[in-house]
Design a protein around this ligand. Structure first.
Ligand SMILES: Nc1nc2c(c(=O)[nH]1)N=C([C@H](O)[C@@H](O)CO)CN2
Length: 120
């Protein structure tokens, strides 16, 4: 993929987790997503209507986070890709979804899954 828009650091509170407590109380996630796209038209014209507005993707994922209920990062990332595809059409998409504080005793790191559709 030669050209892309990268959105990083989108933090959302979502009710996702294998444990019932995670789904009940919710927790922080961080989303990074990329839109594989030819940016030349917007670059030449300086006209966003000829390209991809990353603000729309941010807004749809913020809205999704408020309502989604599921167990695994894998499934949540699939649903994120579904939403981005609804928003932008069948373009190359990539997402990295991180759980910011993982409820595993003695572990203070984060975990992430990365997924792609139509990407290289
Ligand atoms: N492959 C995965 N493994 C686990 C997940 C997950 O989403 N994908 N989630 C959990 C729990 O929700 C975690 O937060 C604490 O154990 C466990 N393993």
């Amino acid at each position: 993929m030669n050209e892309a828009i990268h959105v990083r650091g989108l933090r959302v509170w979502a009710h996702v987790g294998v444990y019932e407590q995670e789904r009940l109380h919710g927790q922080w996630f961080e989303i990074a997503f990329s839109l594989g796209a030819d940016l030349a038209a917007t670059a030449r014209s300086d006209d966003l209507s000829q390209g991809y507005d990353y603000g729309r993707g941010i807004a749809v994922l913020q809205a999704q986070a408020r309502t989604i209920r599921c167990q695994t990062l894998e499934h949540y990332s699939e649903r994120i890709l579904d939403r981005l595809e609804e928003c932008y059409g069948p373009i190359p998409l990539a997402v990295e979804l991180s759980k910011c504080r993982v409820p595993v005793p003695g572990f203070n790191g984060s975990v992430a899954v990365s997924r792609r559709r139509r990407w290289g």
